[in-house]
Design a protein around this ligand. Structure first.
Ligand code: ZN
Length: 159
């Protein structure tokens, strides 16, 4: 499918093609473009490979969160996943990035945003981590405003 070998972030060699991009199935990092020529709107790329499951970003993200085995995250799973959906919905409208953020970064951002005490690691580059946290906050708040989502409702459930 592509000539990508190893993910620079998590070293996984497994990747899938989604929305004309190559996505690392290990961490969600976008590894590059995978533009397909489609002759008609009725013939979407995934229909040509009916045995392959479509890549669903939020399901991958939920699996990633499960693997963290963190009780605080389990207790707030619904909230985190709902906000993930809001973030994903607004990504194409409000972001200045070409690619979606990695699962590591989104989980770090959302857990801090809703007030969890768990500290998840970011990217190796501290400055990029900081920039991406700001980007996600902007996308989330703008999208929430547009769709009248009350972000306060998603803050951590008091124990
Ligand atoms: Zn990866």
């Amino acid at each position: 499918m592509s000539n990508v070998n190893e993910c620079p972030e998590c070293r996984s060699t497994s990747h899938v093609s989604m929305d004309n991009t190559i996505v690392c199935t290990g961490c969600g990092l976008i590894l590059g473009d995978d533009i397909k020529y489609v002759s008609t709107y009725a013939l979407r790329p995934h229909y040509r490979y009916p045995t392959k499951q479509p890549y669903v970003r939020i399901i991958r993200f939920k699996k990633f969160l499960d693997k963290l085995k963190c009780s605080e995250i389990f207790e707030n799973m619904e909230k985190i996943l709902t906000l993930f959906g809001v973030l994903e919905m607004g990504f194409s409208t409000f972001n200045k990035r070409k690619y979606f953020w990695t699962r590591q970064m989104v989980s770090k951002f959302l857990s801090e945003f809703i007030g969890l005490s768990v500290e998840l690691r970011g990217l190796r580059d501290k400055q990029r981590t900081k920039e991406q946290m700001i980007q996600m906050k902007n996308v989330l708040t703008n999208t929430a405003k547009q769709f009248q989502v009350k972000l306060n409702d998603y803050f951590k459930t008091p124990p």
